[in-house]
Ligand binder design. Structure first.
Ligand SMILES: Nc1ncnc2c1ncn2[C@@H]1O[C@H](COP(=O)(O)OP(=O)(O)OP(=O)(O)O)[C@@H](O)[C@H]1O
Length: 352
């Protein structure tokens, strides 16, 4: 659906040149929600703007919906762009026009009659659940409502693709979730291909099927969200994942010398990470029962991603050492990653 081949974008030249995007190739499938994550300045916005050629790549080829956009003349490009909607962090609504007029704007000059335009805008308002605000002005709306209007406007010309550039970054967590739910519904109902640019792993986790991680203008890692979360390859990816999990707080507790992590010699602190899609057994209660050991959970961060439990927990396991070790072997056989964070036998040693 979207093919980016060896995209480079350089701003300026000579010693002032900024290589915002460096040789990025991505293939985004029809009907998927694809995420692009990176810290500020990684080149995400520039890359996403290359998809609809708001930014012309310095080199490389962009093909959307079977049409190569790079190399098109202005007129053909304008037409092709109508099938690529875009929404932004700052909503970009026209302040002097009502909600209705904002959504109707892209339809002027489309050849549709006034009645047909009205019908279309009303159905879009319904789709984004904003029918009651049709005569309001943007200044009278909350951030989430403004983004709903921006989404309706982006959908007015029946695009096949929706590009979302930090679309939820200005919103509180609850509103973010409601906008992400709306995008998910649009993806399912309209078969819309959605590209989400964000610096928040929580956004990726919530709605994306696949993700690309950007650093210094390049894509350093990409794949299914579940696989990336369960087995990140790059340091930057791990950093993003840590922002959505509380498990690493165990290291703070150890460093602070918290009494919570003071161990008796028969105790171990372990981190268990679920990395398989088929973990469905009640593993903790079963090791406790079958091996006669105690498992005291300190932190837990288990979520359902792509219908499978992902994440893990940090726990103190206590009991006869041979039984604890047998329980650990049992977990490893069940494809649970087990990392010993602290061993009571080794006083304050931290191993991993
Ligand atoms: N029009 C421009 N002229 C010169 N440099 C630019 C331009 N647009 C972007 N850049 C530079 O390109 C690099 C990538 O910027 P870009 O906005 O794509 O990153 P980003 O990952 O989207 O970051 P943010 O989330 O902060 O927007 C940055 O160093 C930025 O300063």
């Amino acid at each position: 659906m979207i093919e980016l081949e060896h995209i480079c974008k350089t701003f300026g030249s000579g010693e002032h040149a900024v290589h915002a995007v460096r040789d990025v190739s991505l293939s985004i499938r029809e009907g998927e929600i694809f995420g692009i994550i990176g810290f500020s300045g990684a080149g995400k916005s520039t890359l996403v703007r290359c998809i609809n050629l708001l930014e012309a790549p310095t080199t490389g080829r962009v093909t959307v919906n079977g049409q190569e956009l790079t190399g098109m003349d202005e007129r053909a490009l304008r037409k092709a762009r109508k099938k690529i909607g875009m929404i932004f962090q700052s909503f970009n609504l026209m302040p002097s026009r009502t909600v209705f007029q904002n959504i109707a704007y892209p339809l002027h000059g489309s050849g549709l009659s006034r009645e047909r335009i009205e019908e279309k805008v009303l159905s879009l308002l319904e789709l984004v659940n904003m029918s009651e605000k049709r005569d309001a002005y943007p200044s009278q709306l909350s951030g989430g409502q403004k983004q709903r209007v921006a989404i309706a406007r982006a959908l007015a010309s029946d695009p096949k693709v929706l590009l979302c550039d930090e679309a939820t970054s200005a919103l509180d967590p609850q509103t973010t979730r409601s906008i992400l739910r709306l995008l998910h519904t649009l993806n399912e109902r309209l078969g819309l291909t959605i590209v989400v640019i964000t610096h928040e792993m929580a956004v990726i986790k919530e709605i994306c099927g696949r993700v690309a991680v950007m650093e210094n203008g390049a894509v350093v890692e990409q794949g299914e969200v579940f696989d990336i979360f369960s087995n990140p390859q790059q340091t930057i990816t791990r950093e993003f994942i840590h922002t959505t999990s509380n498990l690493s707080k165990i290291y703070d507790l150890i460093e602070e010398g918290s009494p919570v992590v003071e161990l008796r010699p028969d105790e171990l602190i372990v981190q268990l990470t679920y990395v398989e899609k088929n973990v469905s057994e009640a593993l903790i209660s079963s090791i406790s029962r079958n091996f006669g050991i105690d498992v005291n959970i300190i932190f837990s961060s288990i979520e359902i991603i792509q219908n499978a439990p992902l994440g893990g927990l940090v726990a103190i396991m206590s009991g006869p050492r041979d039984q604890v070790e047998a329980a650990v072997r049992f977990l490893i056989e069940k494809n649970v990653q087990v990392e010993v964070i602290k061993d009571g036998r080794m006083a304050s040693a931290v191993c991993s």
